[in-house]
Design a protein around this ligand. Sequence first.
Ligand code: PEP
Length: 255
Amino acid sequence: MEKERKLIIAGNWKMNKTGAEGAELAGQIKLDLGDLTEVDVVLCPPFTALDAVAKAIEESTLRLGAQDMSPSDYGAHTGEICSGMLREFGVRHVILGHSERRQYQEENDALINQKTKTALAAALKPIVCVGELLEQREAGETEAVVGKQLAGSLEGLSTEQMYETVIAYEPVWAIGTGLTATPDQAQEVHAFIRGQLAQQHDETIAKRIRIQYGGSVKPDNARELMSQPDVDGALVGGASLDAHNFVGIIKNTLN
Ligand code: PEP
């Protein structure tokens, strides 16, 4: 599949896998993918498995990601993990503003914006998540909601910082539910996001930035979703916990 932008597929393991289990899963993914370079592949284990997974993917093209981080640097923030701690394990990407954090930890766009800036200052590449709830979609509010999340989360980023950022469009009603946005529904919102980026930033940024789709991506729907012109990869939850499924998603996007 020839695309203008290189696909980026990330596995969000959420609160699953111990260090030993994570190393086993990552080792299997590494083995099954071989030296794949056509797609950027990122594994995002929980903090406690970062060290083990980092070791398991040494000498491979796989990249390490985290699922969240503090907006602050070192200091008196009990229970938090900062960018420097992630860098110590070779983390290169960090998921920010996942809908589960927006919902259960009440994260808002201002906080996500702070985290995004802190990540970029530490040379981590943020994967900034946006997406509407089912009732918002049904009320015809998808574009208003996603547009506001984008503007708030990315406010004040420089052009160079925008180039380092990935957007993940994840309709909340499709996360972990088995419901997937149709390729047309996904393309429609991805095109809207790219248009917003052109308006809120500029045309070159909009053309270069990668926008992932997330929400019940599986081997059998990956190809069609990822062949949409504005879909540049996937953020995968449930299916990333199984090497066969995760590698299947990646391989199904290749020619
Ligand atoms: C996610 O949590 O980012 C996600 C997309 O989950 P799932 O693939 O399980 O829907």
